[in-house]
Ligand binder design. Structure first.
Ligand SMILES: NC(=O)c1ccc[n+]([C@@H]2O[C@H](COP(=O)([O-])OP(=O)(O)OC[C@H]3O[C@@H](n4cnc5c(N)ncnc54)[C@H](O)[C@@H]3O)[C@@H](O)[C@H]2O)c1
Length: 373
């Protein structure tokens, strides 16, 4: 029996390809878009999102089995935040009770982007995650007004926030607890109307390639992303939870390098007593580092917590400093953390694009603290 699957942004590109694929497979698709579809609604406004939820429930009699929140904009304007983040979150939140009532493999997925890995405007990401749309839109308007470089962070910020929201809520009772796998996909460059102007010219392609390296297969076709979305909302997907699955021809692995795990070892309070060297962050969003940060207890045997027993248990983030940036890396993420009297300094750097090539990752350095030497 056909499942009912809601697809937003279904009038074009990836959403259109997905709607066609699901229909070919015998599913019942409810197409939502601002231009045309079964439900025509503007996901950039609160009112439009309410209309979308109401329209879908009317259209389906409240019986839906999956939602693909795919509609998006890639323009360096505030509306991009409204559609990409709040449009997806509000639609999914509004339709979640109907999904939870489904007995036919309820599933949800959003279309995020590899742009989650590009530089973001941290306060904008935080405003999105706080659900503060007024502040998020005000910040985006400021970025828009500050010129192209600042405005270029709007799209990555909207997608970073979206992927983080998915990761944050997916394991909670409302989603995992209700038996609804919630995930994201992160495409690289896909040939759709969104990218047509860029992929049409040599200059445009060079600009894209400088930011999105795709050694496997080059640019995607919309159907190739649609196939992954279709699987994530299929009954076969039983246990993928909160993931952002990259379908990007390799840009994620090139940008973040082979080690996306050692962040777990990176507690600056966890030092090896043998070498006195702190383990490192690689490819983390280091620009987001809060200060001060409490030093947590060491993780287990063989580790030592600097400053334990002393009053100085906080780390001070001295910020991004030019002398810490690897040469020639315009977007290097480098930060120095110090603990004052404990004498610990931990430098953390992330992977970064470089003109004319890519640097997979730069390992952070740890200087051994006086208390461990
Ligand atoms: N094309 C790429 O290279 C690429 C890469 C990574 C992620 N993405 C993401 O994939 C998704 C689909 O993009 P696409 O490439 O198919 O683009 P597209 O422009 O072809 O399609 C986007 C669709 O979203 C709809 N939409 C835009 N604003 C809306 C609004 N306010 N309310 C309702 N619908 C609205 C559009 O009408 C359109 O049908 C987007 O979320 C995009 O950010 C695309």
């Amino acid at each position: 029996m056909a499942r009912t699957i809601v697809v937003t942004g279904a009038a074009s590109g990836i959403g259109q390809a997905l709607a066609a694929l699901l229909t070919r497979r015998g599913e019942h698709v409810v197409a939502v878009d601002v231009t045309s579809g079964d439900v025509v609604a503007d996901l950039s406004t609160r009112r439009g999102r309410d209309d979308a939820v109401e329209g879908v429930l009317d259209e389906t009699g409240g019986r839906i089995d999956a939602v693909v929140a795919n509609a998006g904009l890639a323009l360096p304007v505030r509306e991009t935040v409204a559609v990409n983040h709040f449009g997806a979150v509000d639609l999914l939140t509004g339709l979640r009770p109907a999904l939870a009532a489904s007995s036919r493999a309820p599933r949800a997925v959003v279309t995020s982007s590899m742009a989650t890995l590009l530089p973001v405007h941290v306060p904008l990401v935080e405003a999105c995650l706080a659900g503060d749309e007024d502040r998020a839109l005000a910040l985006a308007a400021e970025l828009e007004a500050a010129g192209p470089q600042a405005a270029a962070t709007i799209y990555p910020s909207s997608k970073r926030a979206l992927s983080r929201w998915v990761r944050r809520v997916a394991p909670l009772p409302a989603w995992a607890g209700a038996g609804i796998p919630l995930n994201a996909v992160a495409p690289g460059v896909v040939r759709t109307p969104m990218t047509a102007a860029m992929t049409a010219t040599a200059d445009g392609r060079a600009a894209l390639d400088a930011v999105v390296p795709m050694p496997l297969g080059g640019y995607l076709e919309a159907g190739q992303v649609a196939a992954l979305l279709a699987w994530l909302v299929s009954a076969e997907n039983t246990h993928v939870c909160g993931q952002t699955v990259h379908v990007d021809g390799g840009s994620d692995v090139l940008l973040r390098g082979d080690d996306v795990w050692s962040w777990h070892d990176a507690d600056p309070g966890t030092l090896s007593p043998r070498t006195g060297v702190a383990t490192t962050h690689v490819g983390r969003d280091l620009s987001r580092a809060p200060a001060p940060v409490s030093v947590r207890p060491a993780g287990g045997p063989g580790h030592h917590r600097p400053g334990a027993g002393s009053p100085d248990r906080t780390l001070t983030d001295s910020g991004c400093s030019p002398d810490l940036r690897p040469t020639g890396l315009p977007l290097a993420w480098a930060r120095r953390w110090t603990t004052g009297s404990a004498g610990v300094a931990v430098t953390t750097t992330g992977s970064s694009p470089r003109r004319g090539g890519w640097v997979p990752s730069h390992r952070g350095l740890g200087t051994h603290p006086s208390c461990c030497s």
